[in-house]
Design a protein around this ligand. Structure first.
Ligand SMILES: [Mg+2]
Length: 174
């Protein structure tokens, strides 16, 4: 029997695109360095992608679900690997004051995907730019990687300064 595919659980803002805080304008969506090239390489090697984004701005009235989805569409167009790049997308709409069950650091979305797609935790990575991203991955017992310009105190197994480094690190070990 062949192994299930490896998978990336990806934060959006500050990980795949520039974090403009409650991003609502698709025209302002900018991929971060190395994301396009990196995802193309992972894709070629058969990795699955899951988008896992806290979007409390919707509940706070700072942006709309339609605007967030329009930004996701723009991001997908810019990546250029098709509109169905993500096997599943989780937009957690809770706020810190009123968290929803999926809001990071909750591992609920990751755990559901591990089950539904029969993934092996040891072949999955949570990648994000905040410690709450790392915590969601740790709680789901998958690998964790923090994107950070400078080394910092983190629970993450690995730190990278940009997505070029992510790709080099993970595909070297694949
Ligand atoms: Mg982020």
């Amino acid at each position: 029997m062949s192994l299930p595919p490896p998978a990336l659980f990806l934060d959006r803002d500050g990980t795949l695109i520039e974090d403009l805080h409650y991003q609502a304008d698709p025209q302002k969506v900018r991929l971060l360095p190395g994301v396009r090239e990196g995802l193309q390489q992972f894709h070629q090697q058969g990795w699955l992608f899951f988008l896992f984004s806290n979007q409390s701005g919707i509940r706070r009235g700072l942006c709309t679900l339609e605007a967030v989805e329009a930004c996701n569409q723009k991001m997908l167009q810019t990546i250029g690997l098709g509109e169905n790049l993500f096997a599943r997308t989780c937009l957690a709409l809770g706020t810190p004051e009123q968290p929803c069950e999926y809001r990071k650091p909750s591992p609920k979305f990751i755990l559901e995907c591990l089950g539904d797609y029969s993934l092996l935790p040891d072949r999955c990575w949570m990648i994000g730019d905040k410690e709450t991203d790392v915590q969601s991955g740790c709680s789901a017992h998958i690998h964790t990687l923090l994107l950070t310009p400078i080394p910092c105190n983190t629970q993450a197994e690995a730190c990278c300064a940009n997505f070029f480094e992510v790709t080099a690190l993970l595909l070297k070990n694949a």
